[in-house]
Ligand binder design. Structure first.
Ligand SMILES: CSC[C@H]1O[C@@H](n2cnc3c(O)ncnc32)[C@H](O)[C@@H]1O
Ligand code: ZN
Length: 435
């Protein structure tokens, strides 16, 4: 066994207590072996965690990583016109090389801000998977299906591609890549396609991930045409099936009513809360406290960088706490410990990815947060600081699957300047083609 020791830090334990301890990691299995004082000092490789907090790597349970290319391209619009007038025309011009460059930029940003795992719904999945392999991160990926404006043959081709890539890439990158069938939403994918392809996802043993109840425009047509709420319709087409071995999970859920929260809890359906995107697109405020109270598994996501406009989960934690209180009109709602759980174990559970806790046997996916900064002083409560005061810039080291992805704020697996420059060039070229 070759080992990595994360030494001399304070450690955030699964019950959110803070302990002074080292974390000893088996680099071959990628697992945590021990969490105890002094156990890391004689490891083959060490990471200094003095004046720092060792916490589980954050998990971004819903994003479109390559949308970093469209960061700041179209702002201050609601979802539907933003997608139709700006984003989809630009995405129609994307090449596989653009997607690779944008995904790498997204991963650079995520690694730098302590994120070790993510869920990605986008296009050109083989290129996304190759980029993930290079970065050392872990992810659940899928080809996003949209059938609006497509003829029958093209709609089937799109859905079949989503199933095919889910089959081909599940377990890629030494098991760090998992997959899902990813229809875009209940209003942008035809009913017959959902009914035909959800069972195919079950045959492949992969979950389904999609946008649900993001805006009122996604709810009203379903209620008008079918007389049921979106989650009930989703269940009619085979989603969120409690008998399924895989946990389906939705992004947003902003306009979920009490019956839908209850249905998700009963079915074990996961929800990825994306507060910044929901605020920026004025989509609304998700009933997150009600979801937590009902026992719905809830994770946290940034959504794409074009609607956020960054991929820093520390900012997302702060937004989740703030908007959670506003939505509940209760300052005690969506409290800091709930938010830290959401961004770590909650996201890992919802996404079906390893990680999310610092304990023996868990995946060695870690973020080491420097604490010796004015905005983190005094350290009355480190869980409070993670949510209300810290930012991704405070992260010193990032470890995924036992491998150091960032040491002393230097990303080890990607050439930061080359990635940044390539993405910038491709972004400008992309939008000039789209205009
Ligand atoms: C078909 S791949 C994914 C698809 O989703 C688009 N997208 C980005 N952000 C959002 C959002 O908040 N709601 C719905 N769809 C979104 C993205 O641009 C891709 O086209
Ligand atoms: Zn999204």
């Amino acid at each position: 066994m070759t080992t990595l020791g994360v030494v001399d830090g304070q450690v955030l334990r699964p019950d959110l207590r803070i302990e002074e301890a080292d974390v000893l990691v088996d680099r071959e299995s990628g697992e945590i072996v021990d969490v105890d004082p002094e156990v890391g000092a004689s490891a083959d490789e060490t990471l200094d965690a003095s004046d720092s907090l060792v916490m589980p790597g954050l998990v971004n349970a819903h994003t479109h990583a390559a949308m970093t290319l469209l960061r700041g391209y179209a702002d201050d619009k609601p979802l539907e016109s933003w997608l139709r007038e700006d984003v989809w025309p630009a995405e129609a011009e994307l090449t596989p090389e653009d997607v690779a460059a944008g995904t790498k930029l997204g991963m650079l940003e995520m690694i730098r801000s302590g994120t070790t795992g993510f869920v990605d719904m986008y296009f050109e999945v083989p290129d996304v998977v190759a980029a993930i392999d290079e970065s050392g991160m872990r992810a659940r990926v899928g080809h996003g299906v949209v059938t609006v404006g497509k003829d029958d043959e093209a709609a089937h081709e799109d859905a079949a591609e989503s199933i095919a890539v889910a089959r081909e890439f599940d377990g890629a990158a030494d098991g760090r890549v998992r997959t899902a069938f990813m229809p875009h939403s209940l209003t942008t994918v035809r009913e017959d396609i959902l009914r035909e392809y959800v069972p195919k996802a079950r045959e492949e043993g992969v979950p389904v991930h999609l946008h649900v109840n993001e805006t009122a425009h996604e709810v009203d047509p379903i209620v008008e045409e079918r007389g049921v709420r979106p989650v009930a319709y989703a269940r009619e087409v085979g989603l969120f099936d409690p008998e399924s071995e895989e946990r389906d999970f939705l992004a947003h859920g902003v306009h979920s009513d009490a019956s839908e929260v209850e249905a998700l809890a009963e079915a074990g359906g996961g929800v990825v809360h994306c507060p910044a995107s929901n605020m920026k697109l004025a989509s609304g405020m998700a009933p997150v406290q009600a979801m937590l109270d009902a026992g719905v598994p809830v994770g946290l996501g940034t959504d794409g960088a074009a609607s956020n406009n960054d991929l820093d989960l520390f900012g997302e934690m702060r937004d989740a706490a703030m908007v959670g209180k506003l939505a509940s009109e209760d300052a005690s709602a969506v409290a800091a410990p709930d938010v830290v759980r959401m961004a770590t174990r909650g996201s890992a559970t919802v996404a079906g990815l390893p990680g999310g806790s610092v304990e023996p046997g868990a995946a060695a996916d870690l973020a080491v947060v420097g604490l010796d900064a004015p905005h983190l002083t005094p350290a009355h409560d480190l869980v409070s600081h993670l949510v209300y005061a810290a930012s991704g810039r405070d992260v010193r080291h990032t470890v995924c699957d036992g491998r150091v992805l960032m040491r002393d704020r230097e990303v080890q697996t990607l050439d930061a300047e080359a990635v940044r420059q390539a993405a910038e060039e491709r972004a400008f070229d992309l939008v000039s083609r789209a205009e």
